[in-house]
Design a binder for this molecule. Structure first.
Ligand SMILES: [Zn+2]
Length: 222
């Protein structure tokens, strides 16, 4: 029996793979950049949509990091998350496990507090406003160093009660996950669950072994 796409919308769903920075819509990206005085090399949303026709993971990541430049304030992160949750709710999502990439923001001079407070304003009211429960997963960039990941874990210390687990994302090829073993152990010692990305770009062997990466119930890797 075939069903139209619309027939599936009311069914309750769990979103288990979403990068909050990747939910930035062209309109929002340009608006954030404009109000923060950040220049993006796109004249309008049409040009930006064309740039969003990716050929591989790296071309996606290039645009992903470029558009992050417009995310500067708590308000930006709050509006980003709120817009995603509203769209997700409209598609029947009732639970979302949301990745975020603090290293990419810290490197741009946006501190952990700005990211966390902004996201939390939206996530903290999500169940009452959108009917969507949430969990937050802090990803480390696997194309950055393990030291950088550890510093990021340390920077998140004041916010650990808002973070369910840690993850691993970004470019996979040439960046095996084994060097993050100590960071994952430190995350476990701080009561965080551990997941990791695998298979978006590299072969299955780029995924951590089960011994170094345990997934929380209801969560998933790629
Ligand atoms: Zn992903």
């Amino acid at each position: 029996m075939s069903r139209s796409y619309d027939a599936w919308i009311p069914l309750p769903k769990a979103e288990l793979h979403v990068h909050i920075e990747g939910t930035l819509e062209p309109e929002q990206a340009l608006a954030f950049a404009a109000r923060n005085g950040v220049e993006l090399p796109y004249a309008d949303t049409e040009e930006l949509r064309k740039a969003g026709q990716f050929s591989d993971l790296q071309s996606f990541l290039d645009l992903y990091y470029e558009l992050m430049a417009g995310l500067r304030t708590e308000r930006d992160f709050e509006e980003l998350a709120d817009a995603y949750l509203a769209r997700a709710a409209a598609q029947g999502v009732r639970h979302a496990e949301i990745f975020f990439d603090p290293q990419a923001h810290l490197a741009r001079g946006v501190d952990m507090g700005t990211v966390m407070e902004g996201l939390w304003r939206a996530l903290g009211r999500s169940e009452s406003v959108h009917g969507v429960s949430t969990q937050l997963i802090m990803c480390f960039l696997r194309d950055e160093s393990a030291d950088s990941a550890m510093r990021t874990l340390d920077a998140a210390r004041p916010y650990l009660d808002r973070i369910t687990g840690v993850g691993l994302d970004s470019a996979e090829v040439g960046h095996p996950p084994g060097r993050f073993r100590e960071v994952y152990a430190a995350a476990a010692a701080r009561g965080l669950r551990r997941v990791a990305h695998a298979g978006e770009e590299g072969p299955p062997r780029t995924s951590p072994r089960r011994s170094t990466c345990s997934a929380p119930s209801g969560s998933t890797t790629d």
